[in-house]
Design a protein. Structure first.
Length: 403
């Protein structure tokens, strides 16, 4: 494996605090849009995006839905214990299934004020769901791994409803504020469906039903995938050589009809957000795994794309291998996970364009952007700063084409 060292300092930039968008704009599609195509930068509004996409484009978006993953409990002493849901452990690791569970569930979590939570102590909170009082209990079953068992006293109610009734919107830490009522709607895409994300696929926050209708009338096709965004997306890189950064794993769900539609499509494929990029490119490498006979498990390690091999097929050959596998096994929805790490030097196999927000300095997402833009990423970010763009999750947007 011949991977060059990447110095994190080369991907830092100065982001003034006042340029971080701490609240969304009144209208989703009124945000600014930086368009980068054929090495030329132009400035638009997001509502103009139907005019910027070719008629033969296929827009792929992530339909994950953010859950209020921040659960607050109080000990009898008054100490506040904050539990942040990360990954399901039992009775299943499949997110849609565990969200529908009506019996105790175990999650890997982050815990604020952990030292105040004694072993064996059960925390309880009273919540109201559809005029019913529910008692939600939390038990720490593994302190080292932060594993918590949740149970509730109304067996007819699913875990997703308990969380919706009791949790707080998990705003990104860099917003540095408490969630407000408006965040319940605005930190969610208009097409969100599948509960399980603990962070929003923020590139999609700009879409409105009106924009989607204009795209449909133009003939731009849309397709959906599901990647449940994890809190690891905010994990800062601490390694000087960024390749040593431990990439977070995220769960993916893709329907067999989506694979068929990707195979049939002849035009450009545009990903809405870095999560859709990670999904599409991970699908490609899963197909390569099948072609290489590297196993049938859909799990893409962070550096798998950089392993030396003579097998680098066209993405349609890769997707055909996935389709054949799903048909042979009778699989309607492919479920897997990815740690894929996309950094400069990566060769995109599926995606031709990306709709995305402006990301944190020195982050894994800046590395992904630099893998698209090359050395021009810094110039484009400086242009956005100089042109009054708002940055990060509630900020403005961009449409970037891969040459």
């Amino acid at each position: 494996m011949n991977i060059p060292q990447i110095d994190l300092k080369e991907y830092e930039y100065t982001l003034p605090e006042e340029r971080i968008a701490r609240f969304p704009l009144e209208k989703r599609d009124s945000s600014k849009l930086l368009h980068f195509k054929n090495q030329v930068i132009t400035h638009q509004r997001f509502s103009d995006i139907p005019n910027l996409l070719p008629e033969d484009s296929l827009l792929v978006y992530n339909n994950t839905k953010v859950i209020p993953a921040r659960l607050i409990f109080q000990r009898e002493t008054g100490a506040r214990i904050e539990i942040f849901l990360l990954q399901p452990i039992a009775p299943t690791t499949v997110i849609p299934e565990i969200m529908l569970a009506k019996h105790p569930v175990i999650w890997e979590t982050m815990i604020g004020n952990l030292k105040k939570w004694k072993d064996g102590e059960i925390l309880q909170g009273r919540i109201i769901y559809q005029n019913q009082e529910i008692i939600l209990s939390a038990k720490l079953i593994n302190r080292d791994r932060r594993e918590v068992e949740f149970s509730w006293d109304q067996e007819q109610i699913a875990f997703v409803d308990v969380v919706e009734a009791s949790g707080e919107v998990p705003l990104p830490p860099y917003l540095n504020r408490k969630p407000v009522a408006e965040d319940r709607d605005r930190y969610q895409t208009v097409y969100s469906q599948k509960e399980g994300a603990v962070a929003a696929p923020t590139a999609g926050l700009h879409f409105t039903n009106e924009v989607l209708e204009k795209l449909r009338k133009k003939g731009v096709k849309t397709e959906e995938v599901t990647l449940h965004v994890s809190a690891g997306t905010f994990q800062p890189i601490k390694s000087k050589n960024v390749i040593e950064h431990p990439m977070h794993s995220e769960q993916i769900h893709v329907a067999i009809d989506t694979i068929r539609n990707l195979l049939q499509h002849q035009g450009k494929i545009v990903a809405v957000g870095t999560t859709s990029v990670r999904t599409l490119e991970s699908l490609y490498w899963y197909g390569v795994k099948l072609l290489r006979n590297d196993g049938e498990e859909f799990n893409i390690p962070k550096l798998y794309p950089y392993t030396e091999s003579s097998v680098h097929p066209h993405y349609k050959d890769s997707f055909q291998a996935i389709l054949s596998h799903m048909e042979a096994k009778g699989i309607d929805t492919l479920v897997g996970s990815t740690e894929i790490f996309i950094f400069p030097g990566y060769q995109f196999q599926v995606v031709n364009g990306l709709i995305t927000n402006f990301h944190q300095p020195g982050s894994t997402l800046i590395l992904l952007i630099a893998s698209i833009l090359g050395n021009r990423w810094r110039e484009i970010y400086e242009e956005a700063l100089n042109s009054g763009y708002r940055f990060l999750s509630y900020g403005d947007s961009s449409l970037l084409w891969i040459d």
